[in-house]
Design a protein around this ligand. Structure first.
Ligand code: CAA
Ligand code: FAD
Length: 379
């Protein structure tokens, strides 16, 4: 692996950093407090090419590599993890899934608009009774000839009320187990499709998380992604790349908290000197920086594996497992460095600490990442 970032990588990183500082930072505390979706900011992110970064330019995407995506995700997540989860779901779950496995018609109809951020997408796998154990889902897509009849409930769906396009994973033939599952594109406004209330969350409060109810929703056959029965493999394969996005989100949350801790430690005085002069604080910063560097290298390794068409299931899971742990530990320590000021909203670190937790839960909990990693190791 070449650790040298190219001019293009550095330019993407700088553009994302500038956008985050100028457009996301103002208002991030209020959006968190009032659970306000960053609608205007997401629109601008689309205009700047952050919503379909890796999509082929022929479908209006940025044609960039996964390393660029990691760099941009880190910068956006340093400031606003609610905006970055919208970006991650749209890029790595929805755009990638349709580009990789969709038909040309699906790409023309949906991907060309998803890639510019004109519309955003949602990925609907989890259910009230089936999260980690994803094959146990109960939503059904009954084959009715030229359409599927969709019935069931999906839970915790990111972009739940703001998406226009929903990829819904559902059972067509329970007897076939995971080979009886299909992935269907459902449009917002379809008859029988109801969006439940917004979840009131600990973190990433600016993102909109909803349950979705489907009652006799007719989904045309041409909206199925891949062959009949490919839905579970579609979900697993798509999530393998999604985990690189969430790992980078965790990396950004950690590095954002670290940068704030360094700045504060150089300003705040106690016992006559800046607290950065106390070795206990210096050691905290040294641990944070070392862990963040290791997490960054794991994220870049996974992205490099993806860019070079190698298997990235294990490296992506390792990156997510490690970076999410680093995000949790670093943000807790960043609050500690800030003392009492870390406990109030104005200093940002308490929000980053709340936002960090979700990175150990969604797109596969840390325990599930260990299952994915160990299965690969023991193959
Ligand atoms: N690519 C392609 N196929 C894959 C695959 C991959 N990465 N991983 C597994 N498969 C295939 C397997 O090969 C197998 O097919 P065959 O039988 O034909 O070989 C099939 O999928 C079933 O695999 P397993 O037997 O491993 O399935 P399992 O029931 O033991 O579950 C699991 C494995 C890893 C635990 C899986 O259920 C899982 O990942 N659970 C976590 C669910 C998850 O991550 N949800 C996230 C929801 S989206 C989200 O959260 C978004 C957000 O927050 C923003
Ligand atoms: P469970 O599966 O019930 O797990 C509970 C605990 O048991 C966890 O600690 C878990 O690690 C552990 N556990 C379960 N099985 C095992 C095992 N075999 N070995 C060891 N430990 C185990 N889902 C989507 O489909 N789309 C989305 O857009 C989406 N966005 C989300 C946004 C938010 C804010 C949240 C909170 C969730 C989101 N999810 C989404 C759902 C998320 O992916 C699930 O919450 C997650 O996969 C865990 O499932 P669960 O909540 O049912 O927990």
């Amino acid at each position: 692996m070449n650790f040298q970032l190219t001019e293009e990588h550095l330019a993407v990183q700088a553009a994302a950093r500038e956008f985050a500082q100028n457009e996301l930072l103002p208002g991030v505390i209020e959006r968190d407090e009032h659970q306000k979706f960053p609608a205007e900011q997401i629109k601008k992110m689309g205009e700047l090419g952050f919503m379909g970064m890796m999509v082929d330019p022929k479908y209006n995407g940025g044609g960039m590599d996964a390393v660029s995506y990691v760099l941009a995700m880190e910068e956006i997540s340093k400031v606003d993890a609610s905006a970055s989860v919208v970006m991650s779901v749209n890029n790595s779950l929805v755009c990638w899934g349709i580009e990789q496995y969709g038909t040309e018609e699906q790409k023309q109809k949906y991907l060309t608009r998803l890639a510019t951020g004109e519309i955003i997408g949602a990925f609907c796998l989890s259910e009230p009774e089936a999260g980690s154990d994803a094959t146990s889902q109960r939503t059904t897509a009954e084959d009715k000839g030229d359409y599927y009849l969709l019935n069931g409930t999906k839970n915790w769906i990111t972009n739940g009320s703001t998406a226009s396009v929903y990829i819904v994973i559902a059972q067509t033939d329970v007897a076939k187990g995971h080979r009886g599952i299909n992935a269907l594109i459902v449009e917002r406004g379809a008859e029988g499709f109801v969006i439940g209330p917004k979840e009131n969350k600990l973190g990433i409060r600016g993102s909109d998380t909803h349950s979705l109810m489907f009652t006799d929703v007719k989904v045309p056959k041409e909206n199925r992604i891949g062959e009949d029965g490919f839905g579970f493999k579609f979900a697993m394969s798509t999530l393998a790349g999604g985990r690189i996005g969430i790992a980078s989100q965790a990396l950004g949350i950690a590095s954002g908290a670290y940068e704030l801790a360094v700045k504060y430690a150089k300003e705040r005085k106690a016992f006559g000197v800046e607290i950065a002069k106390h070795q206990a604080i210096q050691f905290k910063l040294a641990d944070m920086a070392t862990n963040i560097e290791a997490a960054r290298l794991l994220c870049l390794q996974a992205a490099h594996d993806k860019d070079t068409h190698q298997d990235y299931g294990k490296s992506g899971a390792m990156a997510k497992l490690f970076a999410s742990k680093v995000a949790m530990e670093t943000t807790v320590e960043a609050v500690q460095v800030h003392g009492g000021y870390g406990f109030v909203k104005e200093y940002h670190v308490e929000r980053l600490m709340r936002d960090a937790k979700i990175t150990q839960i969604y797109e596969g909990t840390s325990e599930i990442q260990k299952i994915v990693i160990s299965r690969e190791l023991l193959k």
